[in-house]
Design a protein around this ligand. Structure first.
Ligand code: S3P
Length: 451
């Protein structure tokens, strides 16, 4: 049996020197998956700069190789994808194992659905528990056939069709993964595939589809829903993609800098797509001092350098309608909330229960074990803040449910807490943020592997 990696985050020394310096976080995970996939649908070479080299994205690269795309990493760290054209994928010779990656598997299910070939997908124990019926339903309407494990779970066999039908699909939950699965399937369907989103989700797929030459029209329905219409069977053209830093990864050093007294850090080249960046609004509502410098755009995506200084935070009620635009940031927000003045109320986040772990329960259990007063709601969490001082218990090793974001959230907590915090399952951090501890330590933090 493999051993679980435990790391210890130590509080900053009382000198008040804080975290200092300028860093860049790894590339955006959502954009990295999509850039590889769209590159695989072009004849000719696309180059990707700043690709996230985390396990999730590497699993997608490996799956695309199995479909016949030529995907390489140069010594210059530039990734090159020589693709096969829309509709040109070849049958994979083996089962596709997407590891921990929900984005990878759901997007590739969409891609596979409109190719006349059979693919078998699986993943790790966490991914095999996650709901896939949400993508199976629309993809069946487009003509693909599926055999799934009980409850619409992995392993899944998809028997795709090269005569996919374009559909109009209204999303039952705000999910960029469902939207993207349908749009990627729609790439190889004649006519217009439409996705209607009552609540907008991250729009990286739309930006990148346009960047690669597809026709994507976005409009607003009378009821305020967002309507995305993709013209099928375009000839995608190879492109250069510059991947911005992942705002969901940046959230961890941002939170640590807010907590550790005396901190003043800059995080360069952070993606600030408005459908991703609502954590910043929430933190500013809590009183955080975060400034943006050097704002610019790449491939339709907003990017800036962020300067973050330590300071007191007050608890707030997070507007539930913000949830889709900061969905991956609630775990670290819950950790920060334990240091705020007063309660922080987070509602409308039921989707957190079907992420890499049940993140509502994982945060409630971990914070509770450390001594924080926390109330778990069916679709939310209320955390009582300790007004600058969050408790620890020496005998506790936080169980992160093998979830990367839960692990990083508690390591950040430990950097600001009253004493060291032990966190189990830290190997999962490699899925999204390789080098996390080293980067934090380079700023002056102290995260070490437990012996
Ligand atoms: C993602 C969408 C979100 C997010 C995930 C990445 C994407 O999931 O939680 O980390 O890249 O499309 P949902 O689409 O399930 O909300």
């Amino acid at each position: 049996m493999s051993t679980v990696s435990v790391q210890i985050a130590h509080p900053a020394p009382a000198t008040g020197a804080g975290l200092r310096g300028a860093i860049a976080v790894p590339g955006d995970k959502s954009i990295s998956h999509r850039a590889l996939i769209l590159g695989a649908l072009c004849v000719g070479e696309s180059t990707i700069h700043g690709l996230l080299e985390g396990q999730d994205v590497l699993a997608t690269a490996q799956a695309l190789r199995a479909y016949g795309a030529h995907v390489t990493r140069g010594e210059d760290a530039i990734w090159r994808v020589n693709g096969l054209g829309v509709g040109g994928l070849m049958a994979p010779g083996d089962v596709l194992d997407l590891g921990n990656s929900g984005t990878g598997v759901r997007l590739l299910l969409g891609l596979a659905a409109s190719h006349g070939l059979t693919s078998v997908f699986t993943g790790d124990a966490s991914l095999r528990q996650r709901p896939m019926q949400r993508v199976i339903t629309p993809l069946q309407q487009m003509g693909a056939r599926f055999e799934a494990a009980a409850g619409g779970r992995l392993p899944i066999t998809v028997i795709g069709t090269d005569r996919a039908m374009p559909i109009e699909y209204r999303l039952p939950v705000a999910s960029a993964q469902i939207k993207s699965a349908v749009l990627l399937a729609g790439l190889n369907a004649p006519g217009i595939t439409t996705v209607v989103e009552p609540r907008p989700s991250r729009d990286h797929t739309e930006h990148l589809l346009r960047h690669f030459g597809a026709e994507v029209e976005v409009s607003t329905d009378a009821d305020g829903a967002r309507r995305i219409a993709l013209t099928g069977q375009p000839e995608l053209r190879p492109q250069i993609v510059q991947v911005p830093g992942d705002p969901s990864s940046a959230a961890f050093p941002i939170a640590a800098a807010l907590l550790v007294p005396g901190s003043d850090i800059t995080i360069k080249d952070v993606g600030l797509n408005p459908l991703r960046a609502a954590l910043l609004d929430t933190l500013r509502d809590m009183g955080a001092e975060i400034t943006e410098q050097n704002r610019r755009r790449h491939q339709g995506e907003a990017i800036a350098d962020l300067r973050v200084r330590a300071g007191p935070l007050r608890g707030i009620e997070v507007p539930p309608e913000r949830a889709p635009a900061m969905i991956d940031e609630y775990p670290v927000l819950a950790a920060l909330a334990a240091f705020a003045d007063g309660p922080t109320v987070m509602r409308g986040i039921g989707e957190l229960r079907v992420k890499e772990s049940d993140r509502i329960t994982a945060m409630a259990n971990g914070l509770g074990a450390l001594g924080v007063t926390v109330e778990e709601l069916e679709d939310g969490l209320i955390v009582q803040g300790g007004n600058g001082a969050a408790p620890v218990r020496d005998d506790v090793c936080v169980d992160t449910e093998m979830d990367h974001r839960i692990a990083m959230s508690f390591l950040v907590y430990g950097l600001g807490a009253q004493g060291p915090v032990r966190v189990a399952g830290c190997e999962m951090i490699e899925t999204s943020f390789p080098g996390f501890a080293a980067l934090m330590n380079g700023l002056g933090g102290r995260i070490e592997v437990a012996s």
